[in-house]
Design a protein. Structure first.
Length: 247
């Protein structure tokens, strides 16, 4: 049964950017905190979110889903950042976080992962509260925009998402697949201040929403979720077969 609300959520400078689809109505929103999202949703929602869910276990090094995602993205594998262990989320600085991660997993992690640690921590805290209070409205599924674009196009995107060519490449594909909603995407691109969300954040949130709506085409890496030592699923969702959104 399809949820009442379908969401695509990506982190941004403001906090989070989301496209929300309810019946035939699509809207976009900026949120400072993930907990603000449920205030806009009256019933159950399903969100594809570009943020890790689940952590490497002791002596594991990397999550299997990340390893498989990199293999799926030749030329774009660097877009899959290594996920630190949960203990590293609460380190006071990057050096301390790397030391903790090396002690637990045997690996350090790049500075790019450090920059998104606050958002990883925020999502983890939301999920922990959901486990205690099962009346929550939004079910979060980890996804990744570059995996979705590669699945839709049959190959990884040629250009970086931060470039003009990369933006054009992704918008062209989305116009073919979800033409009736791209006007709102382009409206968001023109109206949302760049100091709040970059163009690639907005495009990523849109393709996450689109993928969430295509439940019959969902694929997962790995196909069966494994779990970390805290019980979190470690599995990345994406789609591989283009279909048009229904009104």
């Amino acid at each position: 049964m399809q949820p009442n609300y379908l969401l695509g959520i990506d982190g941004c400078k403001y906090g989070w950017f989301a496209f929300i689809k309810h019946n035939a109505t699509l809207t976009y929103h900026l949120f400072e905190r993930l907990t603000c999202i449920e205030a806009l949703i009256s019933k159950d929602g399903l969100a594809f979110i570009d943020m890790p869910i689940g952590f490497p276990n002791a002596n594991e090094g990397y999550r299997l889903c990340d390893k498989l995602a990199r293999q799926f993205l030749p030329g774009r594998a660097a877009s899959i950042f290594p996920v630190p262990c949960k203990a590293a989320l609460y380190a006071p600085n990057y050096t301390a976080a790397c030391q903790i991660n090396q002690q637990v997993t045997g690996k350090r992690f790049p500075i790019q992962s450090w920059y998104i640690l606050p958002k990883i921590r925020e999502l983890d805290e939301v999920l922990a509260k959901q486990n205690k209070l099962p009346t929550h409205k939004v079910h979060f599924i980890e996804s990744h925009p570059e995996l979705i674009f590669a699945g839709l196009a049959g190959q990884p995107m040629q250009f970086s998402k931060a470039s003009v060519a990369g933006r054009s490449e992704r918008l062209t594909l989305l116009k073919e697949l979800a033409a009736q909603d791209v006007d709102l995407l382009e409206q968001a691109l023109s109206e949302v201040p760049k100091k709040h969300a970059k163009a690639d954040d907005i495009i990523d949130a849109f393709v996450l929403m689109y993928a969430a709506s295509q439940q019959q085409q969902w694929q997962f890496l790995p196909s069966e979720a494994d779990r970390d030592s805290y019980g979190n699923p470690r599995q990345i969702a994406f789609i591989t077969k283009p279909t048009r959104l229904k009104n």
